[in-house]
Design a protein around this ligand. Structure first.
Ligand SMILES: CC(C)(COP(=O)(O)OP(=O)(O)OC[C@H]1O[C@@H](n2cnc3c(N)ncnc32)[C@H](O)[C@@H]1OP(=O)(O)O)[C@@H](O)C(=O)NCCC(=O)NCCS
Length: 175
C-alpha cells in the first residue's frame, strides 16, 4: 500500500455517522485491553454518539479534520480553542483534543500529514501554542508527539468511565 493516496479535509455534517463509528472503534481498539469493559462502554456512550459528533462538527470553536482514502476514513483530528491546564503557561493556546490514525495507516506518514493540517488550523485560530493530553501509558503516541516537537509540561486527569487516569500534558510553540 505504499502508493496509497489520502486527502485531508474538514469534516461536514455528511461525515458525522462515519466519524462517530470510526472514533468509537479506534478508541476501543487503542485502549480496550487496558480498561474494563464497563469503563469502556461508559466512556464510549458519553463521548461517541452521533448527536455529540454532529454538534462538534458544527461547533465554530472546533476544527474536525479527517483523512480519507477511497471514501473511507483513515484518521481524524479535532482542534479546539481551549485553555491549557493550570500551571501551564501559554499566551494563546489551542488544544489538539483528539488525534487518531487507523491501524493500517500507522507508521506510514499519514499522522505527520494530519499534524501539519492541525498546525495550520491552530495558526488560523491565532494559536501561539498547541497543547494536548496523552495517557501516561501511551508510549507510541508520546514518541510521535515528541517527534513533532511537543514536550511534556505537566499532567492532568482524564476519566475513562469511572477510572481517573493520568495524562501527560505536552506543548509545542507555533512559529
Ligand atoms: C498516535 C498516532 C496518531 C501516531 O501515528 P503513527 O503513524 O503511529 O506515528 P509514527 O509511526 O510516525 O510515530 C510513532 C513513533 O513511535 C515509535 N513507537 C512505536 N511503538 C512504540 C512503543 N510501543 N513505545 C515507544 N515508541 C514506539 C515508532 O517507532 C515511531 O517512532 P520513529 O518514527 O522514530 O520510528 C497513532 O499511533 C494512533 O492513532 N494511535 C492510536 C490512537 C492514539 O493513541 N491516539 C493518540 C491519543 S492522545
Amino acid at each position: 500500500m505504499s502508493d496509497a493516496i489520502f486527502e485531508i479535509r474538514r469534516a461536514t455534517e455528511a461525515d458525522v455517522t462515519a466519524l462517530t463509528d470510526f472514533g468509537a472503534r479506534t478508541f476501543r481498539e487503542s485502549f480496550g485491553k487496558d480498561n474494563t469493559a464497563e469503563d469502556m462502554e461508559k466512556h464510549l456512550n458519553s463521548a461517541w454518539r452521533q448527536d455529540l459528533q454532529r454538534a462538534e462538527v458544527l461547533d465554530p470553536s472546533i476544527d474536525t479534520l479527517i483523512a480519507v482514502s477511497n471514501g473511507t476514513l483513515a484518521g481524524f483530528a479535532m482542534v479546539r480553542e481551549q485553555h491549557a491546564p493550570p500551571g501551564v503557561a501559554t499566551l494563546q493556546p489551542v488544544e489538539l483534543w483528539r488525534f487518531y490514525v487507523d491501524k493500517p495507516w500507522q507508521g506510514r506518514g499519514l499522522a505527520q500529514a494530519l499534524m501539519t493540517a492541525v498546525e495550520a488550523s491552530a495558526r488560523t485560530r491565532g494559536g501561539r501554542e498547541l497543547w494536548l493530553g496523552v495517557w501516561e501509558r501511551n508510549e507510541r503516541a508520546q514518541a510521535f508527539y515528541r517527534k513533532c516537537g511537543f514536550e511534556k509540561v505537566g499532567t492532568q486527569i482524564f476519566v475513562v468511565g469511572s477510572d481517573p487516569q493520568t495524562d501527560h500534558v505536552m506543548l509545542r510553540k507555533l512559529a
